[in-house]
Design a protein around this ligand. Structure first.
Ligand code: COA
Length: 529
């Protein structure tokens, strides 16, 4: 009898947890990740007189202003849990009122060296900066590629080289690239400051060298100490790689703020066209409407009302394609066109979605997708009704909309529904998940049925019932594990898991970043679908 081979995964619990429990778990994970590489490396770091990465960021940003951290749980659970946050902190904050992207290595995690997820997080932050035309501030403390993982970090298009390519592109596009060097920056770590427009180095700890002392000894048998080879005074006074030397971290960061203050006009956050109005208190908090049990229908209108200004949603085609809610609203005073699932996507709801997207594209209103989707409708009636082509129209409209798109996975994100509702492949400017989210081709229940039926058919009755039962168990367990939001966020399938009750503020910032952008004024047809 043929062996049944599937990954060996633990059997998880299937009972949905309350949203309060899920949010508490998220906070615990965020707090743990923010401790970086753990006590031993934190102590050593502090003993060298170095600040922790979050202290550097806090000092860099305008006092009392928010920092929208991106993917704080990248690499969560990977590499035996030894690379929290993928060893890098990225996010958007204000310096002299100007929104900036911060990309900061955490040297307490494997010397700030780059794993595959580190590269992806670094490159994703650059991509967001480029799309939103933000200056990029690199707080560099980085040992280059993590050498045992070099084949997953170094050679490919979207590996380390791609990040440098993007850095050069952004600089040429007038997006300032500024580095402050706090620690030993070798090889790839050296290129981050070397390719920056302006560089500050901290005396005593900051070093830049393409090859550190061990490499120099191995390559040309020269014995040299790190300070002579690549210290701050040498690079600022002799090689000219650095533009400023600072006596300590505080003065380096003060100099950084001074540089940003002189960047010229640049982009500021555009004020909202309408005065922001909070949602009505009677709508309750968004967390009260979070679809934690994906087998039960959620009140998506209540969820929308709990997040938009004045709880006002001007619905589009409310009597047609009822499983997709579409409508115009404002969040923190910025206009937005919202699409939210209220059941599976049928042909009618797909056509309504495509029509609405075209309207928003023509009116230059950013789109917000609230995903809670099991997929497009299947079955004879749906196929005869042309679900394949009608769903494709929605996917087509999503792909070609030129307005900024934002996606929040507030519940399930299954199958092609993920595509039609602007999943990661459709390049939303930001994509966040809630802690109750689930992301997979299909649910564990459906997957186990499909896989066991396929197996039954291929073995033509040769599989025992015990084999099939075991296959069912393993398939369920695999899909449970892989559709978990922490599995997804560890792999950078989103820009982070956010709390439901923070979502309105996060979206307000995302909309503010794109407001006031120069618009593409080419023709934007609207086809009545
Ligand atoms: N690849 C693999 N491991 C690395 C690494 C890299 N590029 N950089 C640091 N590490 C590891 C160290 O082996 C150590 O791991 P361990 O605790 O499991 O032994 C941990 O990260 C901390 O490094 P350590 O050297 O103790 O920290 P430090 O703060 O004293 O020095 C650096 C930091 C980055 C200056 C130093 O680690 C270094 O020079 N690394 C090598 C840089 C290099 O040659 N890069 C070339 C990449 S192409």
């Amino acid at each position: 009898m043929a062996a049944i081979e599937t990954p060996d995964v633990k059997t998880p619990t299937t009972e949905p947890l309350a949203i309060e429990t899920l949010v508490a778990e998220l906070r615990v994970k965020h707090a743990a990740a923010s401790q970086g590489g753990g006590e031993k490396f934190r102590t050593r770091h502090a003993e060298r007189g170095k600040w922790f990465v979050r202290e550097r960021i806090e000092f860099t940003l305008d006092p009392g202003t928010a920092f929208l951290e991106l993917s704080p749980l990248a690499a969560n659970g990977l590499y035996g849990g030894e690379v929290p946050g993928a060893g890098i902190v990225t996010g958007i904050g204000l310096i002299h009122d100007r929104p900036c992207m911060i990309i900061a290595n955490d040297a307490t995690v494997k010397g700030g060296s780059f794993f595959a997820e580190t590269v992806r997080k670094h490159a994703r932050a650059q991509e967001i900066a480029q799309e939103n035309r933000l200056p990029v501030i690199y707080l560099v403390d980085c040992g280059g590629a993590f050498l045992p993982e070099q084949d997953r970090v170094f050679p490919d298009k979207d590996h380390f080289g791609g990040a440098f390519w993007r850095q050069c592109q952004m600089s040429a596009q007038g997006l300032p690239q500024i580095s402050v060097v706090f620690g030993g920056c070798t090889a790839g770590g050296a290129y981050i400051p070397a390719l920056s427009d302006q560089v500050i180095m901290v005396r005593g700890t900051g070093r830049i060298h393409l090859g550190g002392p061990p490499i120099v000894k191995a390559a040309i048998n020269e014995i040299v100490d790190g300070e002579t080879l690549g210290g701050a005074d040498m690079h600022t006074g002799v090689s000219g790689v650095s533009d400023h030397v600072a006596a300590d971290e505080e003065s380096a960061l003060r100099k950084l703020r001074e540089i940003v203050a002189h960047l010229g006009e640049g982009r500021r956050i555009a004020p909202p066209p309408l005065a922001p109005v909070p949602p009505l208190p009677t709508t309750g908090d968004p967390s009260a409407h979070a679809p934690v049990d994906l087998k039960r229908p959620a009140d998506m209108r209540a969820l929308i009302r709990s997040m938009v200004d004045g709880s006002q949603l001007s619905e589009f085609k409310p009597d047609y394609g009822a499983t997709l809610i579409a409508g115009f609203a404002h969040i923190h005073g910025y206009p937005v066109g919202i699409l939210a699932n209220d059941g599976a996507l049928f042909s009618e709801s797909s056509l309504k979605g495509a029509h609405f997207i075209e309207l928003c594209d023509q009116r230059q209103i950013p789109l917000l997708f609230l995903q809670n989707i099991t997929g497009f409708m299947v079955g004879t009636a749906a196929e005869r009704g042309g679900i394949a082509k009608h769903s494709a129209k929605l996917v087509y409209a999503v792909s070609n909309a030129r307005v900024p798109k934002l996606t929040v996975i507030v519940g399930g994100s299954y199958g092609a529904g993920n595509y039609g509702m602007c999943g990661r492949g459709f390049r939303p400017r930001f994509l966040f998940s809630w802690p109750n989210a689930r992301i997979a081709t299909m649910s564990p229940d459906v997957a186990s049925t499909v896989v066991t039926e396929l197996r039954r058919a291929s073995l033509k009755g040769a599989a025992s019932e015990a084999d099939i039962t075991e296959l069912d168990r393993r398939t369920r367990a695999q899909f449970e594990e892989q559709s978990d939001p922490y599995y997804a966020t560890a792999r950078l399938w989103d820009d982070g898991i956010i709390e439901p009750d923070q979502t309105r503020d996060v979206l307000g910032l995302c909309l503010a970043l794109s407001a006031g952008e120069a618009q593409d004024t080419g023709p934007r047809p609207v086809y009545r679908m």
